[in-house]
Design a protein around this ligand. Structure first.
Ligand SMILES: Nc1nc2c(ncn2[C@@H]2O[C@H](COP(=O)(O)OP(=O)(O)OP(=O)(O)O)[C@@H](O)[C@H]2O)c(=O)[nH]1
Ligand SMILES: [Mg+2]
Length: 305
């Protein structure tokens, strides 16, 4: 499940360089694990866009580990830190994304504009199609004609159904139709694209809530996933987006895109630690196979090996 370690390490190279090289440098300057070394490591964590709060939690956990195990040589701090970072994910539930008992499996994708919603949808649809599934994608971003056209091009390339409406039309109606027609055709998966920007933020949240409500009329337990897309290059700023969307929409997982283009990948740790929301998928490039399931163990390993 998820990317190979090699591909992941290449995709995360910028974050890896930022985080791990600096920690190595700090460890090189201190023989023992003492307050000075831990302070330096904390600074490095913060500089890789792990929030101040999460960094301080990590260091506190690290201190406990050091004391409990009676470790004092700085060489070992690397291994302990790996464990501490992996521990951040233990309370967060994860279920495989590309397998579901639901038919159709309805996935609603939300997020502010430009974060990578539409291209992630194309990648998701392609993966399901490759797995032999019948897929419908819904152009419920009716705010811009270009958004509908972009999705239509992807549907064509990927080889899946497209349900769309008019520019300026009712997004909830498009979403409803997509599920109804997928049921009628016996499709396995429905992925719904939504607007990232409307005239106001309140409009956007109201529209997205309505899409969600109306979906239930087509299929009572839909959407089975409501995933928020975050642009990895925005680092910790993405935390505010989680805050807003989570409050309004009952988000059940996160997609972090563009991790290939940033040294701020440490933000992933803060998102999980603060909101206890699973990162379900990550994007590490623009090709179709550059989106895959997130695996916390591999994520940490790719950064540290
Ligand atoms: N390098 C890189 N680029 C990505 C990744 N994911 C998406 N992109 C790029 O990000 C840009 C924006 O992606 P879109 O999918 O159009 O974003 P959107 O959220 O649908 O945007 P709006 O419809 O304007 O709200 C595109 O140029 C994508 O190719 C990724 O994982 N890595
Ligand atoms: Mg889009």
């Amino acid at each position: 499940m998820g990317f190979s370690l090699k591909k992941l390490a290449t995709g995360l190279l910028k974050t890896k360089e930022n985080l791990v090289s600096k920690i190595k440098a700090a460890v090189g300057l201190h023989k023992k694990i003492d307050g000075a070394l831990l302070d330096e490591i904390e600074e490095v964590l913060i500089s890789s866009d792990i929030s101040v709060e999460t960094s301080s939690t990590i260091i506190a956990n690290l201190k406990v580990m050091v004391a409990q195990r009676g470790i004092d040589s700085s060489d070992e701090v690397f291994q302990l830190l790996r464990e501490c970072l992996k521990d951040l994910f233990v309370d967060v539930s994860t279920e495989p994304f590309f397998a579901s008992g639901k038919k159709p499996y309805v996935i609603m994708i939300v997020g502010v504009n430009g974060t990578g919603k539409t291209t992630s949808i194309a990648k998701i649809a392609r993966r399901f199609v490759n797995d032999g599934k019948k897929v419908t994608i819904a152009a419920a971003d009716t705010f811009r004609a270009a958004a509908i056209d972009q999705l239509a091009i992807w549907a064509d390339r990927v080889g899946c159904h497209l349900v769309k409406g008019q520019e300026g039309g009712d997004a909830a109606a498009v979403a409803y139709d997509s599920v109804q027609s997928a049921i009628a055709r016996g499709d396995d998966v429905v992925v719904i694209d939504t607007a990232g920007r409307l005239h106001t933020k309140t409009n956007l949240m109201e529209e997205l809530s309505k899409v969600k409500r109306v979906l239930k009329k087509a299929m009572p337990d839909a959407p089975h996933r409501t995933l928020l897309v975050l642009d990895g290059t925005t680092g910790q700023n993405a935390l505010q987006q989680v805050e807003v969307f989570k409050r309004m929409l009952d988000i059940d997982g996160i997609i972090v895109t563009k991790l290939d283009g940033t040294a701020k990948g440490g933000a992933v740790f803060s998102i999980v630690e603060r909101f206890k929301l699973p990162v379900v998928l990550i994007g590490i490039g623009e090709q179709m196979d550059d989106l895959d399931e997130f695996n916390s163990h591999d994520f940490v390993e790719a950064l540290f090996t």
